[in-house]
Ligand binder design. Sequence first.
Ligand SMILES: C[S@@+](CC[C@H](N)C(=O)[O-])C[C@H]1O[C@@H](n2cnc3c(N)ncnc32)[C@H](O)[C@@H]1O
Length: 433
Amino acid sequence: MNYIVKNTYLLTIENLSKDATGQASCGNKLFSVHGALPGELVRVKTFRKKLNTYQASLMNILRQSTVRVNPHCLHFNICSGCNLQHMPYGFQLNFKLNSLKNLIKEAALDFDRAISVIKEEQVGYRLKARLAMKWVTKKEKVVIGFRERGSGYITDSSTCSVLHERLQKIVFKLPALVEQTSVKNAAPQIEVVTDERIVAIILRHLKPLTSDDLTKLLAFCQEFEVDIYLQNGGPETVSKIGEVTQMYYEVAGCQLKFSPNSFIQVNRDINNRMVNIVLEEMNLNPEDCVIDFFCGLGNFSIPLAKHAKKVLGIEFDSDMVKLANENAANNKCRNATFIKSDLYKSEIGLDSICLSDYNKIILDPPRSGAAVLISQLNLEAASLLIYVSCNASTLMNDAKILICKYGYEISNVFLLDMFPQTIHFETIMVFKK
Ligand SMILES: C[S@@+](CC[C@H](N)C(=O)[O-])C[C@H]1O[C@@H](n2cnc3c(N)ncnc32)[C@H](O)[C@@H]1O
């Protein structure tokens, strides 16, 4: 990354990059401009050179694209949380669909059928968010928000339209609360989560809180009906203060409990659609045995267990394994069991499990994919494998391994718009042999 002299340029935007910035060239220089659309004539100011491309911010638009819409968030130009708010929703979906199709083409995967696009609410969908916080002496206040685009600063936010409305009501009251405490300049992060009944917050603090701080936090909780947790170190240090209520969400007729620091799919409606698609594609009969790799708290395993002979969920986080076992019991799924294992280890150590007993597989790894797992284990016995991915690039790499190593064919692909207004999406790829 090079730091550069800031210059202004007049550019015609030629196309959109993979991360939805407008791309343009001028002489032998390449530019990437957040918030600019193809066909637009724009004045920009460069702020950084990354690889061979100048990153530039939009100063004004001299000729506007006919598809441009007004971003609904007033922080869109600086906040890195969303990148697509200047596009109509249909345009956003097309952008994501084309990205997925291009990746499939670049990976030379054999799939030329239509990809189903699944969409729900465009705003107010996010049930969980981690926001940065900082006391800014110059502003004499605590600021809260996602990071600014292209800088380490925190966007001084007063609104965020993708957050669930219950979270929107609480989040922007938090800076004033933290300002009243002794940790106002030692509280770098806050997590907010809702199950649509309860809101919980996890306050990360770098210094101990005083009893006066605790009184203020508890008074806030009472006034706004919020559960509060503190975190003074890694995730294992999260602890509640005062009374808290158990959080639950519903999916495919099951009720799953979770903790504020558990992984949950952030978009409830899309998650429901996603789990139902998996159920339909699995087409389970009472003899089927399923492994759910990266199972979390049982989001797929428990609905699947209702239709299968047995389901085994495998997950790294022991708190999630504990929750998954409790969720299985609460939903009367005696045929679902969960075990802890690190599926990224070079020696996965699942020797005690007879993989050939399992004829159907689901895997839903983190962004880095599942190459280690699928290269190491023998998944030969599975006639059907459903891969759920939040990163289509790693999915393509893993798809190539699945096809070459096991002879699978891709039978169906779905794009789920789990994160409207951003470039991110979820993909379901169904492999059969
Ligand atoms: C994308 S989430 C999916 C969770 C679940 N399938 C769901 O739908 O809620 C990925 C899961 O992988 C787990 N995970 C991360 N690293 C892991 C590892 N090395 N081994 C096993 N599981 C891991 C995370 O704790 C998380 O629960």
